[in-house]
Design a binder for this molecule. Structure first.
Ligand SMILES: [Zn+2]
Length: 318
């Protein structure tokens, strides 16, 4: 890849779990050696808050500062932001199903002002502990296709429903945490569609996570000009700015390749395909690239040896 292309890249990151960062594996050193810019923690606030408050978390942050690595937190957050225990007292804060019944599970009633207020306030509390060094925040909806079907919400698509929540969160972050905070709009599974009814706040950036292009076989569907995946991305880039848009890929995601269970699987790294993906994204003016690298940790090295980390280094070099 040419040097001019590399100079335009603002983020070349990895997303790893708090568990990956809690063992003996030195991710900040790895990221430094690989020339990466950013490490984001994962999975949810219930994992990342205790990590950030632990000695291991403090060592991680110190180490990232020493190496000049940015720290972010990419969080499956909705269940934490609207505690499910509230359902017993205030079911109207929660999602209604097609049959008109409120359900505790997944997301919320996005037109309920009190639900949005609780969610935004809890996001502020999480942000004060899990503070990114980049001003870029990630509070994702539930990892579910279920959205609210109450009379007030049913006309809003999943993407529009996500935006209603994200607009409320980013306003609260800017008011109470940092004035230039920005927040991800995760385009992923049911939220891959272009929002139509709700305008994104100017503080939102697109985060494009093409999970389903990795399919059941864990083999990627190539990004082809005129094909489904780039068409989806291009449509989203009509609504969201290119400059701040981010891609969240699965290039190094051991957890995807192993089906989120043991035994560990060696990452089927494909440098040529990954480079082609990066070029397709770059051509569209996308400057923020990151990939899940969940389960790349001490156990992974023990299983597959030091050489198995060559893919992380190559990812940094592409
Ligand atoms: Zn609703």
């Amino acid at each position: 890849m040419c040097a001019a292309w590399r100079r335009r890249v603002a983020t070349r990151g990895v997303v790893v779990s708090a568990k990956d960062l809690s063992g003996g594996f030195d991710w900040p050193k790895m990221a430094h050696e690989a020339g990466l810019t950013t490490i984001a923690t994962h999975v949810g606030p219930e994992d990342v808050i205790p990590f950030m408050q632990s000695d291991a978390g403090k060592r991680f942050v110190d180490s990232c500062v020493r190496y000049g690595i940015s720290v972010e937190h990419e969080l499956h957050a909705m269940d934490y932001l609207l505690p499910r225990s509230l359902f017993d007292r205030e079911p109207e804060l929660f999602r209604m199903n097609e049959a008109g019944v409120r359900e505790r599970k997944a997301n919320c009633c996005v037109t309920n002002p009190r639900a949005l207020e609780i969610i935004a306030q809890r996001a502020v509390e999480v942000a004060r502990i899990c503070r990114p060094t980049t001003g870029r925040y990630y509070f994702w909806p539930s990892d579910s296709s279920l959205v609210c079907k109450c009379p007030n919400c049913r006309e809003f698509s999943a993407s529009d429903q996500a935006l209603l929540v994200e607009n409320a969160i980013v306003a609260a972050l800017r008011r109470e945490v940092e004035p230039f905070a920005t927040l991800s709009h995760l385009a992923y599974t049911v939220t891959l569609g272009v929002p139509k009814a709700v305008r994104p706040d100017s503080g939102l950036f697109l985060e494009f996570a093409p999970f389903r292009r990795w399919g059941g076989t864990k083999k990627r569907i190539p990004l082809v000009e005129g094909g489904e995946w780039l068409a989806r991305l291009d449509a989203l880039l009509e609504v969201f700015p290119r400059e701040s848009a981010q891609v969240l890929e699965y290039w190094l995601d051991e957890s995807l390749f192993s089906g989120w269970k043991k035994p560990l699987v060696k990452i089927p790294w494909d440098a040529a395909q990954t480079r082609a993906d990066m070029e397709a994204y770059s051509k569209r003016g996308i400057r923020h690239l990151t990939t899940f690298a969940v389960s790349v940790n001490g156990d992974y090295v023990k299983e597959f040896g030091e050489d198995s980390l060559e893919c992380v280094k190559e990812y940094g070099r592409l």
